[in-house]
Ligand binder design. Structure first.
Ligand SMILES: [Ca+2]
Ligand SMILES: [Ca+2]
Ligand SMILES: [Ca+2]
Ligand SMILES: [Ca+2]
Length: 384
């Protein structure tokens, strides 16, 4: 047999096997990275090259479990902490789909179907009526430490832009490597609410830019509330942690955005009241800021107004005094009575007034919160 005939025969056999197995990629389990990774210069959408194929996945550590109409597991492989390291598994067998799986388990999967759904890559795990009826999971180990959330800046997961009248788009998909990973952003303020397809997105802002977040997956959100109770216009956080998800929908209006999904109250670290400079501790630097803006009526948190009434007065001094020395990870809710009594301790109004006279900074403290120009969208349903 000539070489060319052998080549033709091998090609025929190869084609036969491809046809026989259709879109099924079985054999050695693939890593999350392999399933998620896309060369964004070749495919700017960032979609998985294995979309619609059935495969086995070596899996990762369970960093979140979510029960909903389609329960979800979020798996993260600590081998890829900088990108393409996490994926969501969507169950089709109701709340019991992932029974027996706990946070910190390393879970591997067989027979799952890769789905690109509204911009996010899922591994479908489904029973009789689902897309992956033969899917199975195995708990390889338990009690693994959860991979620490990756710190990113807001511009790395940038908020979408609006193309009037009401279409939202991302400039590029450079956030794609972080899809489904746990991320944390620091020193952010809520500057807009009511955004996104289901009006449950809010805008986080700092000097690096803007990014959208949502609490729809937050287990500690009060049922029927759109947001976690900590999230209000002007809420300020030392950090917010969540899982990044893309949402995309064509039509009119069309949507494409990334949203940071918080999962519990622990995902919000609030600056202790009094931490005017947002460095995570209440100390003399903050007292100096408050003193310098004493009696201002147009103040912000950064200039000493910690209760949001725009005035810098004894109420703010009391809050600062009550949290003196507190760090962000030991933040407590101030009780007015305690605060007032402590006010007479470390910091007194007289002290603060004296600081004010000493510095007498003209024109300081007239800042107003920066506010995004984003507008609210009509209510709709969040993808589930
Ligand atoms: Ca995506
Ligand atoms: Ca993806
Ligand atoms: Ca401080
Ligand atoms: Ca105040």
């Amino acid at each position: 047999m000539t070489t060319s005939r052998i080549t033709v025969r091998l090609a025929t056999i190869t084609l036969f096997f491809v046809a026989w197995f259709g879109g099924v990629v079985r054999g050695e389990a693939m890593t999350i990275y392999q399933i998620q990774y896309t060369d964004l210069s070749e495919d700017p959408t960032g979609s998985s090259p294995y979309a619609s194929q059935t495969l086995d996945c070596a899996g990762g550590i369970v960093v979140n479990l979510w029960t909903g109409s389609r329960p979800r597991l979020i798996l993260q492989d600590p081998a890829n902490p900088d990108g393409w390291g996490a994926i969501q598994v969507k169950g089709w067998d109701g709340d019991d789909t992932f029974a027996g799986i706990n946070l910190g388990d390393w879970v591997s999967l067989t027979g799952v179907c890769v789905e690109e759904y509204r911009g996010t890559t899922f591994l479908q795990f489904g029973g009789a009526t689902g897309p992956a009826p033969s899917a199975a999971f195995a708990v390889q180990s338990t009690g693994n430490p959860l991979p620490p959330p990756k710190a990113v800046t807001l511009d790395q997961i940038a908020a979408p832009l609006e193309r009037p009248p009401g279409d939202w788009y991302v400039v590029d998909h450079s956030a794609e490597p972080y899809e489904s990973m746990r991320l944390t952003v620091e020193d952010v303020v809520v500057t807009a609410l009511g955004l996104g397809k289901a009006s449950d997105n809010y805008n986080l802002q700092n000097d690096d830019g803007d990014a959208w977040a949502s609490d729809y997956m937050n287990a500690d959100r009060t049922y029927f509330d759109l947001y976690h109770e900590y999230v209000q216009f002007g809420s300020k956080f030392f950090s917010v942690t969540g899982i990044l998800e893309q949402y995309e929908r064509s039509g009119s209006p069309s949507w494409d955005y990334y949203q940071l999904l918080t999962t519990s109250t622990n995902d919000f670290l609030r600056n202790p009241p009094g931490d005017a400079n947002s460095d995570g501790v209440v100390d003399d630097k903050d007292a100096s800021i408050l003193g310098a803006n004493w009696r201002s009526t147009t103040a912000t948190w950064e200039t000493g107004d910690f209760n949001g009434d725009h005035n810098v007065n004894d109420a703010d001094a009391a809050m600062l005094a009550a949290h003196w020395g507190k760090r962000v990870d030991e933040e407590s809710v101030p009780e007015p009575a305690t605060a007032v009594s402590l006010l007479l301790g470390l910091l007194t109004v007289a002290t603060l007034a004296a600081w004010h006279r000493k510095w007498n900074p003209p024109g300081l403290g007239a800042g107003v919160p920066r506010c995004s120009r984003m507008t609210a969208e009509p209510p709709g349903r969040q993808p589930r």
